[in-house]
Design a protein around this ligand. Structure first.
Ligand code: 4AD
Ligand code: MG
Length: 445
């Protein structure tokens, strides 16, 4: 009797007869031989059909198999260093083949396709090797996030998706009709977690987040996943220490568990091996100085133009990209101008125009992957900031309340899953890091 296995475990079955339930990824053949690339969702293996070893009808059946036909393959596992596949180095000498369905002509062929065509066929594109590898890495990033937080004393809290007010600025709100009342899809769970820390100390929320981003960049989605840890009795310095431990753990988990997938993506893993604490920390002021030096020295007029900025403005993608090129690890930029950040951030002592905020920029040009801060703990100051930003005081009454009953310094950050996966996997556009991404121009499929 053959044993039903999954391709990712094939190394444990050398010499055994096994069965794989999967799909035909590709096929070539000549004379007495047929080579089937079979995938089963966990990997790809080459199944070799040798005519003299098989019943005639089984061999002939293989010749009619189309790409993506569902098949059940039985055969003996052989180690062969040259065999292609994921994991590479294994081959199956077929003894039996069963066709479940012969697929219709498949729209995605090994030839080049335009990205719009591929996005229209995202439901099928997911099966392609590169997309498969990317989304396996995404799943590992998500489980590593939970592993680290759960084993370091953070309690997972769920926060609402339907919210009465803006958490991160009023320009990117998605409005929903709530029985005649306007409510908004959550931009962040942070404000609720600030309530949760007073009950549980250290918490996190992890879920989908919505921003009506009008920007069409390779870093912006309208729906993305964010994990947001929040910690009582924690200042900005301690927050950076937490972040660098957390990020390093996630990168290590991908290096350890997804080596094959990184190989499929041709990712330079040397760059990822550098991601160990401590990460460099520079102030906004220093970052701005560095950017102005780059701007002054460059002979590229487009770069000069794109780096134009003054103190007080937030960094855009070009600024972040240039900054990260100066470091081989993620770099913290802290102390942004208050004017370019959310209302809830604690002012810098003695410099109220600056806030205790910190962004973490991923290397190799990837840019911001986390945003965080120390939060205002004084109720009067918070109220002042709410008025200053013309936010509806009534909707924030509960939030101000938190500062009235045992207020403490506290901090937290949000990590965007898609940007993190994009960086770790080394892909240019974050739309490929979600199974079904939502962007300014797309909600199909
Ligand atoms: O910097 P942001 O806006 O921070 C917050 O939302 C805070 N409330 C987090 C906190 O302190 N608890 O977003 C945090 C991260 C960004 O660094 C980025 O990785 C990701 O969320 N992000 C996006 N990812 C994809 N598409 C978008 N439109 C994103 N906007 C933010
Ligand atoms: Mg940010």
């Amino acid at each position: 009797m053959s044993k039903l296995i999954r391709i990712e475990n094939i190394s444990q079955h050398i010499g055994q007869e096994v069965t794989i339930q999967g799909w035909l990824y590709a096929r070539t053949g000549k004379g007495k031989l047929q080579f089937l690339q079979v995938r089963d969702g966990t990997g790809i293996v080459q199944a070799v059909m040798f005519k003299p070893n098989l019943p005639t009808d089984v061999f002939e059946q293989a010749k009619g198999l189309t790409q993506e036909s569902s098949i059940i393959v039985t055969g003996r596992v052989k180690a062969d260093q040259r065999a292609p596949g994921v994991p590479g180095g294994y081959e199956i000498g077929v003894t039996y083949l069963d066709t479940v369905q012969t697929a219709e002509e498949y729209p995605i062929t090994p030839k080049e396709h335009g990205v719009e065509f591929l996005m229209d066929n995202r439901h099928l594109w997911l099966r392609s090797k590169k997309q498969w590898a990317l989304l396996r890495i995404r799943a590992t990033v998500m489980s590593a996030i939970r592993e680290w937080l759960d084993s370091n004393g953070y309690l997972e809290m769920t926060t609402p998706i339907l919210t009465p007010a803006a958490g991160e600025g009023t320009t990117t709100l998605f409005e929903v009709d709530y029985f005649g009342q306007p409510v908004y899809l959550a931009q962040t769970g942070q404000l609720y977690n600030e309530a949760n820390i007073y009950a549980f100390g250290k918490v996190y929320c992890f879920g989908p987040t919505f921003r009506a981003e009008k920007s069409k960049t390779r870093r912006h989605l309208t729906e993305f996943w964010m994990v947001e840890p929040e910690i009582a009795y924690c200042d900005l310095e301690q927050l950076m220490e937490i972040e660098e431990q957390f990020i390093s753990y996630i990168v290590r988990a991908v290096l350890d568990k997804r080596a094959e997938e990184l190989r499929v993506l041709e990712r330079d893993t040397h760059a990822l091996e550098q991601v160990i604490p401590p990460f460099p920390r520079i102030s906004y002021d220093e970052a701005l100085d560095r950017l102005m030096v780059i701007r002054k020295q460059t002979n590229n007029p487009e770069l000069k133009e794109s780096l134009a900025m003054e103190w007080g403005m937030d960094f855009g993608s070009p600024h972040e990209t240039e900054l990260t090129k100066q470091f081989d690890k993620p770099v913290f930029v802290y102390g942004f101008p208050t004017a370019c950040k959310a209302f809830y951030m604690e002012p810098w002592p003695g410099r109220p125009e600056v806030c205790k905020s910190v962004d973490l920029l991923a290397p190799e040009g990837y840019g911001e992957i986390t945003g965080g801060s120390e939060r205002i703990s004084d109720p009067n100051l918070l109220l002042e900031r709410i008025h200053h930003d013309q936010l509806p005081e009534e909707a924030f009454r509960w939030y101000i309340d938190l500062r009235r009953y045992g207020s403490v310094p506290h901090s937290g950050f949000g990590l965007g899953v898609e940007r993190t996966v994009g960086w770790i996997a080394g892909v240019h556009h974050i739309r490929e890091t979600e199974p079904f991404p939502r962007t300014l121009g797309r909600v199909y499929p």
